[in-house]
Design a protein around this ligand. Structure first.
Ligand code: HEM
Length: 470
């Protein structure tokens, strides 16, 4: 018996020392453990919990329970969610090469696989530089008069006394600005074909992906094919006229890879649709929230009005009827309202990446192939960075913020190249809105709808009227 015990103890010691030696030779990330959290039910994970409630509440509860890094299992994928500024910076900027962008295949099929945001590395860098060129301060400065007149004519069309769906109307505006940015001037026939078919593609983004004829997804795929045909026509006309231009299409036509190869028409089309996708609902959602926040705070609305009326006066004194780039640079309160709206609404609540190898972050393992989600909204609503986070308070932006605590346009290699244009569009529309119109939200307007961007319930039905000038 004693012999047996000695043998057992020796075996145990052997096992312990073996695991100790192995532990010592393992790489740090092999010693790391998975973050805390629940993987939910087999197969389903926590998908039902996420989609059966407000996703913001789902993420906020998780953060409260597990802290700033936690694991979960959503839509068939294991994932790690990150709710701290440092972790978001780690994934999106400092270690961006370890995390590749990842989108559902169904979305990639509709937008087109060569669009900028599905890629990383050399192709992404070259394309991004070109697209950034068409969004440089000089390029967007030149768009101000056209955006200004688009804003005026859209707002005038609302003032008939009927109830409008603010989100859907704002989508019309951001689509038109998108077309302007991409093509400069575009003839009416092509514009109408793009509008009609893109509208159909848009309905497919959030529908169930199936090839069954008659379903929204299948209709969207067919519309996507028609879009390609129209875009190829526009591209070849532009090539024939040898007109390059500084718009997005002009910049894409300038693409050369390291062997001097140009982009195929299909790749150009994917990127055009990518820009339309990135630029439409985001701006429309932001604008709809701003309408609501200003409507809900009459004192703030009066202060914004006063700032904008001063600009109208300088405009009139200078004999200039149209807003200029310089005017938009001189709207300090309105600018803070835009920033606070972007924080409160956090239109892109989170983003997705996928770990390309095992990565260790603060002693936790992020395994290769797992999805990684920086949670922008949780950061924007953390009372440590934004005291009383549910209160709409533009004055928070009077002081310098802690680094990486405000990321409405993301961060790092995939950060939004359209952020200056987005703010410009919003400032122009606010200027005309508050100086010439009144609006009343119709019905109950609390609650959020996910389209999938957060939008005020029912798209914020509202009635607009022209303000009397007397
Ligand atoms: C309020 C409006 C907007 C918001 C809140 C917004 C937000 C964002 C965010 C958070 C990202 C990064 C996503 C990620 O890292 O996964 C992004 C990327 C992008 N945005 Fe925007 N965006 C807006 C408007 C625009 C506009 C007007 C354009 C027009 C050109 C645009 C074009 C893009 C593109 C092309 C990317 C991909 C960049 C890349 O992958 O390198 N966005 N946007």
């Amino acid at each position: 018996m004693d012999g047996m015990l000695a043998y057992f103890i020796a075996f145990l010691l052997g096992l312990l020392s073996y695991s100790f030696v192995r532990r010592g030779t393992r790489k740090p990330w092999q010693r790391a453990r998975l973050p805390p959290g629940s993987m939910g039910w087999p197969y389903l994970g926590e998908t039902l919990q996420l989609y059966s409630q407000d996703p913001n509440i789902f993420f906020a509860n998780k953060q409260e329970r597990y802290g700033e890094i936690f694991k979960s299992h959503i839509l068939g994928c294991p994932c790690v969610m990150l709710a701290s500024p440092e972790a978001a910076k780690f994934v999106l900027a400092t270690q961006a090469h370890m995390f590749k962008p990842t989108y559902p295949k169904s979305k990639e099929n509709l937008i087109g696989p060569s669009a900028l945001f599905f890629h990383q590395g050399d192709y992404h860098l070259r394309l991004r530089k070109l697209i950034q060129g068409s969004l440089s301060p000089d390029a967007i400065r030149a768009l101000v008069p056209s955006i200004d007149s688009l804003a005026v004519s859209l707002l005038n069309s609302w003032a008939s006394g009927r109830v409008i769906n603010a989100f859907q109307e704002m989508k019309k505006f951001s689509f038109e600005v998108g077309i302007l940015l991409i093509f400069g001037h575009l003839d009416a026939r092509h514009r109408e074909e793009l509008r009609k078919n893109y509208c159909q593609v848009d309905k497919g983004y959030n529908s169930f992906p199936t090839n069954i004829p008659g379903t929204p997804y299948k209709k969207a795929l067919l519309a996507r094919k028609r879009l390609s045909t129209t875009l190829c026509e526009i591209i070849s006309e532009r090539k024939e006229r040898r007109l390059v231009g500084k718009d997005v299409l002009g910049c894409l036509l300038n693409y050369r890879d390291d062997k001097g190869e140009v982009l195929s028409d299909d790749r150009i089309s994917d990127n055009i649709i990518g820009v339309l996708f990135a630029a439409q609902d985001t701006i429309a959602s932001a604008m709809t929230w701003i309408l609501k926040y200003l409507h809900d705070d009459p004192k703030l609305l009066e202060a914004v009005k006063a700032e904008q009326k001063m600009i109208s006066e300088t405009k009139n004194k200078g004999g200039n009827r149209s807003l200029t780039w310089m005017h938009t640079r001189n709207m300090p309160l309105t600018y803070k309202v835009v920033q606070e709206s972007l924080r409160m609404a956090s239109i892109i609540s989170f983003t997705f990446r996928e770990a390309v190898a095992d990565v260790e972050y603060k002693g936790y393992l992020i395994p290769k192939g797992w999805k990684v989600m920086p949670l922008f909204r949780n950061i924007h609503h953390n009372p440590e960075f934004f005291p009383d986070p549910q209160r709409f308070d533009p004055s928070r932006f009077e002081v310098t913020l802690k680094p990486n605590t405000f990321m409405p346009f993301g961060s790092g290699v995939h950060a939004c190249p359209g952020n200056e244009l987005a703010k410009l569009e919003i400032l122009i529309i606010i200027h005309h809105l508050v100086t010439k119109f009144r609006w009343h939200v119709v019905g109950s307007h609390d609650g959020i709808q996910y389209c999938p961007f957060p939008v005020p319930m029912h798209g914020l039905p509202a009635r607009f009227s022209k303000e009397s000038t007397s």
